[in-house]
Design a protein around this ligand. Structure first.
Ligand SMILES: Cc1cc2nc3c(=O)[nH]c(=O)nc-3n(C[C@H](O)[C@H](O)[C@H](O)COP(=O)(O)O)c2cc1C
Length: 485
C-alpha cells in the first residue's frame, strides 16, 4: 500500500506524482499529475483558488491501494467530498468505524485538532472524485472568501474543537451534474478557469443545500425515482456524450438503461431540467460549438460527428439556440484573433555553448517567421524557458517537434491557452543568453539590456506570461546569489 502525508493540495499532488512516478506539471495556482504506468492510469488535478480554498479532482484507476493521512492543524477545515464513480473509504483515527464515500453521496468532514483522517483509494477501481477544502480561518484574511465562509457558517459554528465532525449524507444526484462538468472540462484557458470555478461553487452550494435540507427534515426524500434509476439516468448522460454520432431515440435509450420511456423523461426533467430529446440536442449543439472553435473539421464533418442529418438542420437549430449560423460563429471567433500561447521549461542534456544555442535560435527564427510564430527563449544554468505565441495548430505542431528534440529533456508544460494580445509582436524568437544580455535578431542590431530591467517589464497580458517572467527572474536572482558566493 502507498501512504501519503498531508500538505496543500498542490504539494500533495507533487508528492503523489513522485510516489507513483506520474508526470507533474504546475502552473501558478494549479497543478496536474498524469499517470500511465504499472501503478495506474488517469489524472489528478489540484487548484488553489484562495488561501484556504482548494480543490482536488481525481479521475484515476490505481493498481495498488493508496492511503492519505490528513493531519489538519487547529483550524478544523471542512472537506466536501463527492464521488461520481467508485467508492472511497474514510476513517477518523479516533473512531473504529469506517465511513464509506459512496458514489453520488454527499459527504462533509472536519477533523478535530487531536484527531487525524485517513482516506483510502482502493486498487483496481475507477475513481472519479472531487474534494473541496475550505478553511474558514484562512479565508477570514481575504475579502473574496467572505461568501464561502458565510455559506459554511452553519456547520462551522457547531464544530466542537474536541470532536471530529462527519456528515455522511444521502444520495444527491443533483451534485453529479456539476461534478460531471468539472471532470469533463478540457479547456485550459481563462474561460475554462471560469467554468471550473462556476462548477466548484455549484458543487459547494449543492452539497451544503443537501446538508441543510437534511438537518431541517431528515426523512424527506424528494426524488421521483429510486437511486438505482437515477444512476441509470446519469450513466446515460455519459453514454450519450460519448456517442453523439448515434441517433438516440427514446426507445433506444430506454433499452440501454432498462428504464421505461416515462421514467426517462421524469429522470431527465429532475436532473437536467429538460426533456430527453432537448437534452440530447443541447449536448450535440454544445459539441458543435467546441468543434467550430477548434477549427479542425469542416462544417460537414461536424454535422457527422454530432449525429445530425444535414448541414441545414444544424444551421436551423444552431440559429434557434445561439442566434447565428455555425459559420458566423466560427468566423466571429476567428475575427477575435485569439492568440494561442504555450509556455514550457526543460533541462538541456548537456551544458550548451554559444554555438549550440545559436544553432537552435537561428533555426527557430527561420522556422517561426514562416508560421507567424513569435516568442522568447531563455537559457540559463542548463534550463530552458520558452514562450511561444501563434495559431493554435502551428504551436501545437511545433511543441510536438520540440518534445522530440534530443538536445533537452524533462520538458514540462507550464501553460497553454488563448489570449488576446501578442507579447512578442515582432520577435520570431527573442533570446536571453546565459550572461543575461538580451538579443533580438529581427531588429538589425543586438540589444544589450539590463536583465533586471527587462524582467521588471510591466506585463499586462496573460497571467501565464507574468508567471513565466517571475520564474525567470527568480531563477536569475538565485543564480546571481550563487555567483556572489
Ligand atoms: C529548447 C529548444 C527550443 C526550440 N524552439 C524552437 C522554435 O521556437 N522553433 C523551431 O522551429 N524549432 C525550435 N526548436 C527546434 C525543434 O526542436 C526542431 O529541431 C526544429 O523545429 C526542426 O526544424 P526543421 O524541421 O526545419 O529541421 C527548439 C529546440 C529546443 C531544444
Amino acid at each position: 500500500m502507498n501512504i501519503l502525508e498531508s500538505g496543500t493540495f498542490i504539494e500533495e499532488l507533487k508528492a503523489l506524482s513522485q510516489l507513483l512516478g506520474g508526470s507533474f506539471q504546475s502552473y501558478d495556482k494549479s497543478a496536474v499529475m498524469k499517470l500511465d504506468n504499472e501503478k495506474g492510469y488517469g489524472e489528478v488535478k489540484a487548484y488553489e483558488f484562495l488561501p484556504g480554498f482548494q480543490l482536488k479532482v481525481y479521475d484515476i484507476e490505481l493498481t495498488e491501494e493508496l492511503r492519505f493521512i490528513k493531519d489538519d492543524p487547529s483550524h478544523q477545515p471542512l472537506y466536501l467530498l463527492y464521488s461520481l464513480k467508485g467508492q472511497v473509504e474514510h476513517q477518523f483515527q479516533s473512531e473504529e468505524e469506517t465511513n464509506l464515500i459512496k458514489p453520488m453521496h454527499n459527504v462533509i468532514l472536519s477533523t478535530s485538532e487531536s484527531d487525524k483522517s485517513e482516506v483510502t483509494i482502493p486498487s483496481d477501481t475507477p475513481i472519479k472524485l472531487s474534494v473541496i477544502f475550505i478553511d474558514q480561518k484562512q479565508l477570514q484574511r481575504t475579502q473574496q472568501g467572505e461568501s464561502i465562509r458565510l455559506a459554511i457558517k452553519r456547520i462551522t459554528d457547531e464544530l466542537d474543537e474536541k470532536a471530529s465532525f462527519k456528515y455522511i449524507g444521502d444520495f444527491t444526484p443533483e451534485t453529479s451534474v456539476f461534478a460531471t462538468q468539472l471532470l469533463n472540462l478540457k479547456r485550459n484557458d481563462i474561460i475554462g478557469r471560469l467554468m471550473l470555478e462556476a462548477n466548484v461553487y455549484n458543487i459547494i452550494a449543492s452539497q451544503l443545500d443537501d446538508h441543510l435540507r437534511n438537518q431541517d427534515n431528515p426523512d424527506q426524500n424528494e426524488s421521483p425515482l429510486s437511486k438505482d434509476e437515477l444512476y441509470e439516468i446519469i450513466n446515460l448522460y455519459d453514454y450519450i456524450r460519448e456517442n453523439l454520432e448515434l441517433e438516440h431515440t427514446i426507445k433506444e435509450l430506454a433499452l440501454e438503461s432498462g428504464l421505461t420511456a416515462k421514467k426517462l423523461q421524469i429522470g431527465f426533467g429532475y436532473l437536467y431540467g429538460s426533456s430527453v430529446n432537448n437534452f440530447v440536442q443541447y449536448l450535440r449543439l454544445e459539441r458543435a460549438k467546441t468543434l467550430l472553435i477548434e477549427d479542425e473539421l469542416s462544417i460537414s464533418e461536424i454535422v457527422y460527428e454530432i449525429g445530425f442529418s444535414s448541414k441545414s438542420y444544424l444551421s436551423k437549430l444552431f440559429r434557434e439556440r445561439y442566434q447565428m449560423s455555425p459559420s458566423d460563429y466560427r468566423s466571429q471567433y476567428k475575427r477575435k484573433k485569439l492568440i494561442f500561447e504555450l509556455n514550457y521549461t526543460s533541462r538541456a542534456n548537456k551544458t550548451m555553448d554559444e554555438k549550440a544555442i545559436n544553432e537552435i535560435v537561428e533555426k527557430s527564427r527561420e522556422n517561426n517567421a514562416k508560421f507567424g510564430i513569435t516568442g522568447c527563449l531563455v537559457y540559463y544554468q542548463d534550463s530552458f524557458y520558452q514562450i511561444l505565441e501563434g495559431e493554435r495548430r502551428d504551436i501545437l505542431q511545433l511543441y510536438d517537434n520540440i518534445l522530440k528534440d534530443e538536445r533537452h529533456n524533462q520538458v514540462s508544460l507550464l501553460w497553454k491557452g488563448d489570449k488576446s494580445v501578442r507579447l512578442f509582436k515582432d520577435w520570431s524568437l527573442g533570446y536571453i543568453s546565459p550572461t543575461g544580455s538580451f538579443r533580438n535578431k529581427l531588429i538589425d542590431y543586438d540589444l544589450d539590456l539590463d536583465v533586471n530591467e527587462l524582467l521588471s517589464y510591466d506585463l499586462t497580458s496573460s497571467k501565464s506570461t507574468k508567471v513565466f517572467w517571475l520564474q525567470i527572474r527568480r531563477m536569475i536572482k538565485a543564480a546571481k546569489k550563487e555567483d556572489k558566493k
